[in-house]
Design a protein around this ligand. Structure first.
Ligand SMILES: C[S@@+](CC[C@H](N)C(=O)[O-])C[C@H]1O[C@@H](n2cnc3c(N)ncnc32)[C@H](O)[C@@H]1O
Length: 201
C-alpha cells in the first residue's frame, strides 16, 4: 500500500488511540515492563498518539516519529504533558535520516506490522543505535500455534488492505537475524512479543 494511503487509514484511527492514552488497557503492563529498560536519548518510531510517553522513566530526550497527521497532532499534545525534552516529527520511518550511533535506546511498539519493508527499518534502527545501546520492541506476528497461524495467514490480505497492518510476519525471525536478542517474552499463543535486543558486536 502506498504510504500516503496508509497514513490516512491511521488518521482515521487516531481518535481511538488517543482515548486509550493515560488509560490502563490490556497492553499497558507489557509496555511498562519493556519501557522500564529505556534510557538516555531515545528514538520511538511510529509513536502513534504518544501512548508510551507517560511510561518512560529514565529519559534524557525523546524523539518520536509518525507519518499520520492526526497521530502526530495528538502526540504533540502528549509531549506537552511530560517533564522531559520530547520532539515529535511527522515523517515516514522508511525515509528517516539520522546519524549513525545517535540513540541510546530505540523503541517500537506495534509498528513492525505496518512497514512495507520491515527488514530495512530494523537495519536502520541498528545503524542509529549506539553499539552499547538497546532496541526494545513490543510487536505482534505469526503465532507459534499452527491453527492460529493459518487463520492469520488467511486474514492477512484483507486485514492489511483495510487496516494497513500485516498479521503474519515472522517478527522474531527478522529480529534474530539482525540483532543480539537478549530476552523475549511471548504472549497470547506466541502472537505478541516483548523483545530486548542490542546491535551485534
Ligand atoms: C498500530 S499503531 C501503534 C501506535 C503506537 N506505537 C502504539 O503503540 O500505540 C501503528 C502506528 O505506526 C504508524 N506508522 C505506520 N507506518 C509508518 C511509517 N512508515 N512511518 C511512520 N509511521 C508509521 C501509524 O501512523 C500508527 O501511528
Amino acid at each position: 500500500m502506498n504510504p500516503s494511503k496508509q497514513a490516512k487509514i491511521f488518521d482515521k484511527h487516531a481518535r481511538l488511540y488517543e482515548k486509550r492514552r493515560n488509560k490502563s488497557t490490556i497492553d499497558t503492563k507489557f509496555r511498562k515492563k519493556l519501557l522500564a529498560s529505556a534510557s538516555g536519548n531515545i528514538l520511538e518510531v511510529s509513536a502513534g498518539t504518544g501512548t508510551n510517553f507517560p511510561l518512560y522513566r529514565n529519559v534524557t530526550s525523546l524523539t518520536a516519529v509518525d507519518f499520520s497527521t492526526e497521530m502526530v497532532r495528538y502526540a504533540k499534545e502528549a509531549a506537552k504533558e511530560v517533564s522531559f525534552d520530547c520532539t515529535v516529527i511527522q515523517e515516514d520511518v522508511e525515509k528517516l535520516v539520522f546519524r549513525e550511533n545517535q540513540f541510546d535506546t530505540i523503541v517500537s511498539t506495534l509498528s513492525m506490522c505496518s512497514y512495507p519493508h520491515p527488514e530495512f527499518v530494523l537495519e536502520q534502527m541498528g545503524q542509529w543505535c549506539k553499539p552499547d545501546g538497546q532496541i526494545l520492541l513490543f510487536e505482534h506476528g505469526i503465532s507459534s500455534n499452527k491453527v492460529a497461524a493459518r487463520l492469520q495467514e488467511n486474514l492477512d490480505p484483507l486485514f492489511s488492505e483495510k487496516f494497513g497492518c500485516h498479521l503474519d510476519r515472522d517478527i522474531i525471525g527478522k529480529v534474530n537475524e539482525r540483532f543480539e536478542v537478549t530476552r523475549v517474552d511471548s504472549h497470547l499463543m506466541g502472537i505478541f512479543h516483548l523483545i530486548w535486543a542490542t546491535p551485534f558486536k
